[in-house]
Design a protein around this ligand. Structure first.
Ligand code: SF4
Length: 225
């Protein structure tokens, strides 16, 4: 018995995923929760030079992992106790800025009690949360408190190792008022720099690898010329 290939074609999975998610360029002073850990300058440049995010293979893998986990959230949070909403898009005005976030999941219980669920997947071998996640979580918390009738009871991070599909659930602290103010101050600082045309004076990245992966590297280099 032999198998004969009768035809073959490549399916452009990156384009399919790209079309399913919204990666539109920014319109004005928009700040995404997912970028609140980024370097100040990068956020400012994403506003000054808006562009659509193009998915890389690595990002696409993350998107697929997210979708897989979102599809089974009602098994992780049983429906006899929780009502699950996935991909919860929230936005709020903050001064001249608009803050936007798409929360992976919210588990509701006892009428108005909410558990914010953030899914993270990593190609690294080891579990372990990164500080990098925190400004995003704080922004989600602020958005839920500000725009919904729900009270945030808990915040969970579901951390998935891509290599082994091991999944660990972390319960993290509720952000303090200081945490929230730090995120809002960052927005204020960036808006002010854009308005005063002083983006080049904004602080650079916290981590060395940020510049290497930055889509606005060229514009950033031009800032100082
Ligand atoms: S190249 Fe580096 S400093 Fe410049 S915007 Fe990007 S991350 Fe920030």
């Amino acid at each position: 018995m032999t198998m004969t290939v009768q035809s073959e074609d490549d399916i452009d999975i990156l384009s399919i995923l790209q079309a399913r998610r919204e990666f539109r360029p920014k319109r004005g002073l928009e700040f995404y929760a997912s970028e609140m850990a980024f370097c100040h300058r990068k956020i400012a440049l994403s506003i000054l030079y808006p562009r659509e995010t193009t998915l890389t293979a690595r990002m696409a893998l993350g998107v697929m992992m997210h979708e897989m986990l979102e599809a089974i959230l009602d098994e992780i949070y049983p429906i006899d106790t929780y009502y699950i909403e996935t991909e919860v898009s929230l936005s709020a005005e903050y001064g001249k800025a608009t803050v936007l976030g798409r929360i992976d999941g919210i588990a509701l219980c006892d009428h108005d009690q909410a558990i914010i669920i953030e899914v993270k997947s990593t190609g690294r071998r080891e579990h372990g949360l990164r500080e990098w996640y925190w400004p995003q979580i704080v922004t989600y918390y602020w958005l839920v408190q500000k725009t919904t009738p729900w009270r945030v009871k808990e915040i969970h991070i579901l951390h998935l190792l891509q290599r082994s599909l091991a999944l660990r659930r972390y319960r993290v602290s509720i952000p303090s008022e200081d945490d929230v103010q730090r995120v809002l101050r960052k927005i204020d600082t960036i808006v002010e720099a854009i308005e005063k045309n002083s983006v080049h004076e904004l602080p650079g990245p916290q981590y060395d690898w940020e510049c290497e992966k930055c889509e606005w590297r060229e514009e950033c280099q031009n800032l100082t010329k």
